[in-house]
Design a protein. Structure first.
Length: 199
């Protein structure tokens, strides 16, 4: 019988890849004159860890979008608070799938006068792409499963799980929204070494 939840990217693997991405971005921007825009809320954990591997001279900014309507249209809930004219901008997202939202954000940065706009995405669901949008730095290419943890949520829950899990039984999660609690709680305790060894 298939487990309803499967850990697909452990914490240590995430941290190693985020460190590599930070080093690559730092090499591309040796002067560190960069505005790093995290897209809320999903990018929060990835953004914090990525920024810790980048030059201290980067400026940290955030942008929040609101999705509405059956077509998934987006509007700006919270815009950036500093001028972007003539600046190099790095967008930080937890995941890119169809590319529609990312295209909207990139156009917004250009409208703000950004000199250049690049994107760092932790996860890429490339097979779901509808529009051809550039992703300059990507962490992992993933399948079509619903994912939880490390910023990815289910109705606001589970963003703070340190690894990433695939939901193999989405109807079960929809019917029992807190069914991941026991798995998530146990994984956190195991990472913290709170379970006694059998040895």
């Amino acid at each position: 019988m298939t487990e309803p939840f499967v850990e697909v990217i452990p914490d240590k693997t995430l941290q190693r890849r985020v460190s590599e991405m930070g080093a690559q971005i730092s090499a591309d921007y040796p002067l560190g004159d960069l505005v790093v825009v995290g897209i809320l809320k999903g990018s929060l954990f990835f953004y914090k860890d990525l920024l810790s591997h980048m030059p201290l001279t980067c400026e940290a900014e955030f942008l929040a979008l609101t999705r509405f309507g059956n077509e998934g249209r987006v509007s700006v809930a919270m815009d950036v608070s500093i001028p972007l004219y003539g600046r190099d901008v790095l967008l930080v997202l937890e995941i890119v799938d169809t590319g529609l939202t990312l295209t909207t954000i990139q156009r917004l940065m250009v409208a703000h006068g950004a000199r250049s706009v690049r994107t760092a995405a932790l996860l890429d669901k490339a097979p779901r792409r509808i529009v051809d949008v550039p992703v300059d730095y990507r962490g992992f290419e993933v399948g079509d499963e619903y994912l939880l943890g490390y910023g990815l949520d289910w109705n606001g829950y589970y963003r703070n799980i340190r690894s990433i899990w695939a939901v193999m039984d989405l109807p079960r999660l929809a019917e029992h929204p807190r069914s991941f609690d026991e798995v998530a709680y146990r994984s956190v305790q195991e990472e913290d070494g709170l379970f006694a060894s059998d040895e």
